[in-house]
Design a protein around this ligand. Structure first.
Ligand code: AMP
Length: 620
């Protein structure tokens, strides 16, 4: 049986993990780091980059570098928080009003497509690591994601050729990774990432993980802190130098990157500085941006947003029927929990020091891998009981929402409610499915509409229409409406993927398959080039430092092998890179052996060599 991979598809970073012998192990990406940026870029040369290489070229290619795509998953364009959404690419509504990305050449991509590109890269890396095909995954989502957002995430996996065994809430995953199955605990998981905030309370009893309550804000995260800092820096610069950087094609991206770096530095230092030379040009020539930022100033900017998490901490305890004194542990998840002000708030809100022993960047993927071992049957000592995070219901007369499944109900669940007609002889009823906590339909998220037709004509209030909602363990909703008199029923056509039809998905799977082959070749080529670069570096260094101790023939041989590999490396013919690399490796080793004979001490002095890891970090 193949391995089930745990995937944390984060707003800022992605990470994946497998469960081996009951323990979760983070899969090292081919690039080196265990956690990679969730960034996709389309280069002018027509390449598609994912991860660290995509992030690195963001400054020169801001309009075609897509980050924080998770914030657009399953969202309508009109719902997006305007202004604070800190990205440099274009977001537009498509014909359904869904938020989609538009790149420079006019092509548009749904968030599901962009996410699937990241997932394809993950699939490739996992397969490379495991040496076998990977299809089954457990993917995590913020607990506060609604139905549409969950389905959009599932659709992204499907497009990437992955089979989702379970959609798991991120805090549940974090608790799974953290808690020993035999322990008995009540845990709060405070998850503050790049784009979302979740707070959940779980109870673990003898290996049963039960989410007691969960709440959060899917539109609040570290990105918002960056946006506030960027705004402050730009205003300051305008005030000091009279130059507005916001219209510049490149400057805002440079400021954004510097602001995020400064934010991270301020988690450890009380003051940091930003230096961006040649950021603009004025009457007197180039203008540089230099300023120092204190932690106090930064905290002043973000205070309101950080404080907005406090009532949610109180709310989740109330929903779980607990007080802070009942909690044994408070776990921190997500990069933004490294901010001292955030940590202080957590400590105050729960009146205990949160634990720091788990890596907040990896814990969700690790928990997803453990959940993978549960759903694949490898681990039988754990049971996962999740809850629905937002109330589901239907619209009734006067635009009022009637709840059918209330938030924090444990999953899986099935609930029915009887409704009737509003006017005499009504033969059709419209069922409008909603999700959210507000009383009026218009304030909640509309999930789908459908009609039940053929109701027997009768006075208003007589027909009995049973509406049934059932949600499976993944939090996926199925709706059925039945006329209890005639037995006629209608299944809900909830849009399966937050804006994509089944046909759209099939087409995208085809595209993705084609790309997968292309991507594999590209990644192979990049890796070959990377290996070649390493050898070129070492051979050039040897040539430079030992030229005077080598005979002319050895020098010519080394130089010529070096040049051959350099030429091949700049092309894209993999066999040619392979063979010239082999040739240079042979000449290189022969030369080193000659030198060893000439001067045995010198040979061991490799201290200045670049390590494989240093080079690997740069490849995609
Ligand atoms: P995540 O979504 O969990 O990967 O969290 C990413 C967010 O955490 C981004 O907004 C990062 O800028 C932020 N982050 C990462 N490290 C730090 C740090 N040391 N201090 C403040 N924020 C950080």
């Amino acid at each position: 049986m193949g391995c089930t991979i745990g995937i944390d598809l984060g707003t800022t970073n992605y990470c994946m993990s497998i469960s081996e012998g009951g323990n979760a192990i983070v899969i090292q990406t081919g690039e080196g780091p265990r956690v990679m940026p969730s960034v996709v870029a389309f280069t002018p040369a027509g390449d598609r980059l994912v991860g660290i290489v995509a992030k690195r070229q963001a400054i020169t290619n801001p309009k075609e570098t897509i980050s924080s795509i998770k914030r657009l998953m399953g969202r309508k364009y009109d719902e997006l928080t305007k202004g604070i959404f800190n990205v440099s690419y274009d977001i537009i509504p498509n014909e359904n009003g869904d938020a989609v990305v538009r790149i420079g050449d006019g092509r548009t991509f749904t968030p599901q497509e962009i996410s699937s590109m990241i997932l394809q890269k993950m699939k490739y890396r996992a397969e490379e690591y495991l040496g076998e095909e990977v299809t089954d995954v457990v993917v995590t989502v913020p607990a506060h994601f609604n139905e549409v957002q969950r389905k959009a995430t599932k659709a992204a996996c499907t497009i990437a050729g992955l089979n989702v065994k379970r959609v798991l809430n991120e805090p549940t995953a974090a608790a799974l990774a953290f808690t020993d199955a035999v322990e008995r605990r009540k845990i709060a998981v405070f998850d503050f990432g790049g784009g979302t905030f979740d707070i959940s309370v779980l109870q673990v009893v003898n290996g049963i993980f039960e989410v007691k309550a969960t709440t959060g804000n899917t539109q609040l995260g570290g990105d918002d802190f960056d946006a506030l800092l960027v705004e402050w820096i730009m205003n300051e610069f305008k005030r000091e130098k009279g130059i507005d950087l916001s219209e510049d094609p490149v400057a805002p991206q440079r400021v954004r990157e510097a602001a995020e770096r400064a934010k991270c530095e301020l988690s450890a230092a009380l003051e940091t500085s930003i230096n961006l030379p040649f950021i603009a040009s004025g009457d007197q020539g180039p203008v540089h941006l230099e300023m120092s930022i204190s932690r106090g100033l930064f905290e002043g900017l973000i205070k309101e947003l950080v404080e907005s998490t406090r009532p949610l901490c109180q709310q989740v305890l109330k929903d779980a029927g607990l007080t802070h004194a009942d909690l044994e542990t408070v776990v921190l998840v997500g990069g933004s929990t490294r901010i001292p002000m955030v940590r202080a708030l957590v400590e105050e809100a729960f009146q205990q020091e949160p634990v720091h022993s788990v890596n907040p960047d990896e814990v969700v993927a690790m928990g997803a891998a453990i959940a993978g071992s549960v759903v694949s049957g490898q681990r039988k000592d754990l049971v996962l009981l999740d809850v629905i995070s937002l109330t589901l219901g239907v619209e009734t007369l006067g635009g009022v929402m009637a709840p059918i499944i209330t938030k924090n109900s444990p999953l899986p669940i099935k609930r029915s409610k009887m409704f009737t007609t509003a006017v005499d002889n009504q033969q059709i009823v419209g069922i409008h499915v909603l999700q959210g906590e507000r009383e009026l339909s218009e304030d909640n998220r509309s999930l789908a509409r459908f009609e039940l037709v053929g109701i027997r004509p009768s006075p208003r209030g007589v027909p009995r229409i049973e509406v049934t909602f059932s949600i499976d363990a993944n939090g996926i909703l199925f709706v059925n409406a039945k006329d209890a008199v005639t037995g006629k029923h209608q299944e809900l056509k909830v849009n399966p993927s937050g804006g994509l039809s089944d046909d759209d998905i099939r087409e995208l799977i085809q595209d993705a398959r084609q790309y997968r082959e292309k991507d594999r070749d590209r990644i192979k080529l990049i890796e070959m080039r990377n290996n070649a670069d390493q050898l070129i570096y070492e051979a050039s260094k040897l040539l430079k430092t030992s030229k005077d101790r080598l005979d002319r023939e050895s020098i010519i041989e080394l130089e010529s092998a070096l040049n051959e590999l350099r030429t091949a490396r700049d092309g894209s013919d993999i066999p040619s890179i392979e063979s010239t690399q082999k040739d240079l490796a042979m000449v290189f080793h022969t030369t080193r052996n000659i030198l060893k004979m000439v001067d045995p001490i010198d040979e061991e002095d490799d201290s200045g060599d670049m390590k494989t890891e240093d080079l690997k970090e740069g490849i995609d």
